[in-house]
Design a protein around this ligand. Structure first.
Ligand code: FES
Ligand code: FES
Length: 164
């Protein structure tokens, strides 16, 4: 019989009480137990960035993070981002408008990484955006549109004068 650990998670503002094996990753719990499949599973070894979520505002690879370690922290997935913005977040809009979404597999992770980055650095240079997106693989876009999208989102957020 599997040993189960009780864990309380707060995801996108919702509280969940779960009993899970302590070795289960946050990625597995989000996708398989909570049906939050916007968080993507790919390499599962910290190489691609597809599984990125925010933990207390910091971008992490959820495939390398045990769900039990996320207890007591605020987890934000792509599903919660639009919800908290009341519509598409400006970063999501910028990705759509600049053509940075093609197959979309890398997009949730990149959008959340961009949010964490822009919350810390609202007026980034192009070079800073390039460095911030290292660790996220995209097989479709060639990255140019992604860099453009993050810079456009920064301009939009600065124009509104708000930390979104
Ligand atoms: S699935 Fe987590 S980094 Fe690739
Ligand atoms: S849009 Fe397809 S992997 Fe990035």
């Amino acid at each position: 019989m599997k040993h189960l650990s009780p864990v309380s998670l707060k995801v996108n503002g919702d509280a969940y009480e779960l009993s899970i094996p302590a070795w289960r990753t946050l990625l597995e719990v989000l996708r398989e137990d909570l049906s939050l499949t916007g968080t993507k599973r790919s390499c599962q070894e910290g190489q691609c960035g597809a599984c990125t979520v925010l933990l207390d505002g910091r971008a992490i690879y959820s495939c390398l993070f045990l769900a039990v370690e996320a207890q007591g922290k605020e987890i934000l997935t792509i599903e919660g981002l639009a919800r908290s913005a009341g519509a598409l977040d400006p970063i999501q809009k910028a990705f759509v408008e600049t053509g940075a979404v093609q197959c979309g597999f890398c997009t949730p992770g990149l959008v959340l990484a961009a949010k964490s980055f822009l919350d810390e650095n609202p007026f980034p240079s192009e070079e800073e955006v390039r460095r911030a997106t290292v660790g996220h693989l995209c097989r479709c876009t060639g990255y140019f549109q992604i860099i453009e999208a993050v810079l456009a989102a920064a301009r939009e957020r600065a124009g509104k004068g708000a930390q979104l």
